[in-house]
Design a protein around this ligand. Structure first.
Ligand SMILES: Nc1nc2c(ncn2[C@@H]2O[C@H](COP(=O)(O)OP(=O)(O)OP(=O)(O)O)[C@@H](O)[C@H]2O)c(=O)[nH]1
Length: 800
């Protein structure tokens, strides 16, 4: 074979492989059926030959002992599989419980598309609304699952999707029920494929049997009618966005909704999904093995490949990024630079540390020297693997757009979640060709870590266990950065903070049972914070060595969302995640002209002030030593550092003392305590509503914001557009739902939205269960930090 032919073949192979890759996530509210659906996907893709069941604790993706015993997903699991030679799918099954939201956040960072799962009985639930918002820029497919359950409402859920999630939709398939003429019972058995005009039926006793049949316009007139109306509605919706489709419809299909070819519909629907204009909807019952194969087809048909996805968010604003059909993403026109993001770290009992990475550009190769631009340290890749279902497959390289895992001892201590890894795609030691201040400082902007709101004390069982406790805690935080470990300077106690009670309970379980730490955990308490009420006077410092600083502290009223467009005369740097900032006023002395005279770079001086500010703020305020929140350290531009200083140690000490001194000068009355306020979403049966609402307002200091029927969606001005869209959207009758209503079995639930202080919500789960005989459900999210009123302050301080 000639050289030119070989090059051409390589190009074609690479191009088609890239186009086939789908990096997708499964997202939804707890219990919607994410893990069950993933398990079926693996089975139908031929990756497993038995179907695991979450209720038996033997699924592939829920492999942690805590996941298997509790039947819930705690950490997201990434697996790869091929779908009928059409797509190479890298899938991340994410947890649905709000306490593990960080797992969803970090998965979304590296995903190109999502499958959102809905429980057909529960409809659009609170956590689904949250993750939908979090994944706003990511193309999504909807799968209405659990269609086999009593009270399943496909059409009701479609309307809720439009109105609550404010999205346009396209029905790719609609449910098919078979009617028992004797009992009049409707059984969900399959779907009507609206695009290919077929009826697809599954046999519940045999997961491998699928029957695809034509729909006879005479014999199956009801189904045929539904197919016609669904196709008409689909084509009308697509036509609103695509004039070209209208032309083809009128000219090639003679204006006949059933004649327009499925390939034309699919092409338009793909473009509109990639553009986030429309979310395709499919339905099924994963537990009964119904509807999963069409869902996998839809993943390939409508979700983006790595060359059709959004560009990563990087720190080099001047670097041009573009997609090349054969090379994938090109950053700064550099075809030999490989850029990857570490998005997850786990410790496997057999394989040790495993770091999940997404390769954004170039190729990551086994045995190559790489550079971690976050830690600024090089290391060597020991072993690369791809997770094939739960079996790791050793590979030599990971191409652009792929997701894989780094393992082996060389990664220990060298990579954490959120780190960017740079390497040369072709030369093993090619790092030398990258410039120290250019490519080797390139970072994919970090993953946002949410603020922890609950805290628990962790004590070693005996003094001899202290070292192993610290090691285990370190491991825990490496795997889950939404946990935070701090030491109370006053008491010397080690504190573990997390997103919720369940989060801390699982972390404690892991510490003791997986990491073997001999520790005891205390009572769960709220993570309070303190804020200063007024700006301090300016603290000046100067000495004979040549250091000079002027520093003041100021409270920040609300959360600072965007620091990029602050005044030109100052630069804002975040100090950890408590809405604290360092403000460096513009220095006339330390401009570029002068900077070369300094031994220390401007960046390292700023980094030292950041470190000292974080330490000083962690020591806490005067009310009860709680860490400071929403405070800024302002450094006057008139500072000086001796030109010959090479290490920043003195800057650290001087600035930390200055901040501490400023804080100490304030009286206790000049501090306020902040407490977390949570937003609550409570679902209850109408008969339980009175008692639940009374209890919330009297015992939990809750403010009720709204009470809605499941069936009625809020009709605010903003929603008028989507309400009209929902009205216009064709949906078939919800046959089982209508039956349920006449027999009055289904008591449609009420949805209560409220806000309450977190300190009043500890153990609310148990309380709600006892008030509602286990029928109530609730989710709680951090909303804001709020000043504690003086009358409550005493109550809280006395309770500490
Ligand atoms: N009837 C019925 N039950 C289902 C279906 N799919 C899932 N389930 C059940 O719903 C429960 C939750 O399923 P999971 O797959 O664990 O749900 P999940 O969304 O992964 O849950 P988390 O990961 O914990 O958020 C289990 O008891 C499943 O057996 C379905 O199609 N029909």
């Amino acid at each position: 074979m000639g050289f030119a032919v070989r090059v051409l073949l390589q190009f074609v192979r690479r191009h088609s492989t890239l186009e086939k890759i789908r990096n997708i996530g499964i997202i939804a509210h707890i219990d919607a059926g994410k893990t069950t659906t993933t398990e079926r996907m693996l089975y139908y893709a031929g990756k497993t030959n038995r179907i695991g069941n979450v209720d038996h604790g033997d699924t592939i993706t829920d492999f942690l002992p805590q996941e298997r015993s509790r039947g819930i997903t705690i950490q997201s699991a990434a697996i790869s599989f091929d779908w009928r030679n059409r797509g190479k799918i890298n899938l991340i099954d994410t947890p649905g419980h709000a306490d593990f939201s960080f797992e969803v956040i970090r998965a979304l960072k590296v995903l190109d598309g999502c499958v959102t799962i809905f429980d057909a009985v529960a409809g659009v639930e609170a956590q689904t609304e949250k993750v939908w918002k979090m994944s706003q820029k990511i193309p999504k497919i909807c799968f209405i699952n659990k269609m086999d359950r009593e009270g399943a409402g496909f059409s009701r859920t479609v309307k809720e999707i439009i109105m609550k999630l404010n999205t346009r939709v396209a029905l790719v398939n609609i449910p098919y029920f078979s009617l028992d003429p004797q009992t009049k019972e409707q059984t969900f058995e399959g779907v009507i494929d609206v695009i290919n005009k077929k009826l697809i039926k599954w046999n519940m006793d045999d997961p491998d049997s699928v029957n695809v049949v034509d729909i006879d316009p005479i014999k199956d007139s009801t189904l045929y009618n539904q197919l016609f109306k669904a196709r008409e509605s689909l084509i009308e919706t697509l036509s609103e966005f695509d004039d070209n489709l209208v032309e083809i419809f009128l000219e090639d299909a003679n204006g006949d909704y059933l004649e327009l070819s499925s390939s034309v519909i699919n092409k338009t629907l793909r473009n509109l999904t990639l553009n986030n204009d429309i979310a395709p909807i499919l339905c099924g019952a994963s537990f009964k093995n119904i509807g999963v194969q069409p869902l996998l087809d839809a993943v390939v048909d409508y979700l983006p490949s790595p060359i059709e996805t959004r560009l990563p968010d990087i720190n080099k604003k001047d670097y041009v990024m573009k997609f090349d059909h054969s090379k994938g993403l090109m950053i700064n026109n550099n075809g030999s630079m490989s850029v990857s993001l570490a998005f997850k770290v786990i410790t496997d009992p057999i394989r040790g540390l495993m770091v999940f990475v997404r390769v954004y550009s170039g190729t990551l190769k086994n045995g190559y020297n790489v550079f971690n631009t976050t830690t600024k340290r090089p290391f060597k890749i020991g072993k690369l693997v791809r997770m094939n279902a739960d079996v790791p497959e050793e590979i030599n390289h990971l191409n652009t757009g792929e997701i894989g895992v780094l393992t082996g001892s060389s990664i220990n201590g060298n990579v954490s979640t959120g780190d960017t890894i740079i390497s040369h795609s072709i030369k093993k030691d090619g790092l030398k060709s990258f410039k120290k201040n250019e490519e080797l400082t390139l970072k994919i902007n970090p993953i946002d870590v949410p603020e922890p709101v609950f805290t628990v004390t962790v004590e070693p069982k005996s003094l001899g266990n202290k070292d192993s406790m610290e090691k285990a805690l370190k491991r825990l935080v490496i795997e889950d950065p939404s946990l935070r470990v701090t030491v109370d300077e006053e008491t010397g106690q080690t504190l573990l903070s997390g997103m919720g009670e369940l989060h801390l309970e699982i972390a404690g379980d892991k510490l003791v049972n997986t990491l073997g730490a001999q520790v005891e955990l205390g009572k769960v308490t709220v993570s309070y914070k303190e804020i200063i009420n007024e700006t301090t006077s300016v603290e000046d410092y100067s000495d004979e060595i040549g250091y000079k600083f002027s520093i003041s502290l100021e409270p920040l009223d609300s959360s600072v969302n965007d620091i990029s467009n602050k005044s030109n005369n100052e630069t804002w740097y975040p100090l950890g995640s408590d809405n604290n900032y360092l403000i460096m006023e513009k220095s006339h002395k330390y401009d570029l002209e002068r900077e070369w005279l300094l031994q220390l770079t401007y960046d390292s001086i700023v980094n030292s002030i950041i470190s000292s500010s974080i330490v000083a703020f962690q020591k806490g305020g005067k009310i009860s030593n709680f860490p400071l929140h929403s405070c800024a350290v302002r450094v006057n531009g008139n500072w000086e550092v001796p030109l010959d200083v090479e290490k920043p140690n003195e800057i650290l000490v001087i600035t930390r003392n200055m901040i501490t001194k400023s804080l100490n000068k304030l009286a206790t009355s000049q501090y306020s305590m902040l407490q977390p306020i949570m937003s609550l979403n409570v679902d209850v049966k109408p008969s339980d509503m009175g008692v639940v609402v009374r209890d919330l307002t009297s015992d939990h200091d809750a403010v009720i914001l709204s009470i809605d029927d499941r069936d009625s969606t809020e009709k605010s001005e903003d929603n008028l557009f989507f309400n009209k869209i929902a009205e216009k959207q064709y949906v078939p009758d919800d046959v089982t739902l209508n039956l349920m209503k006449t027999s009055n079995v289904n008591e449609s639930s009420k949805h209560v939205k409220a806000e309450a202080p977190l300190r009043k919500m500890i153990s609310y789960n148990k309380k709600l269960r006892s008030l509602t005989q286990g029928r109530g459900d609730f989710q709680m999210y951090f909303e804001k930090m709020e000043r504690v009123t003086p009358d409550h302050l005493k109550e809280i301080v006395d309770d500490l």
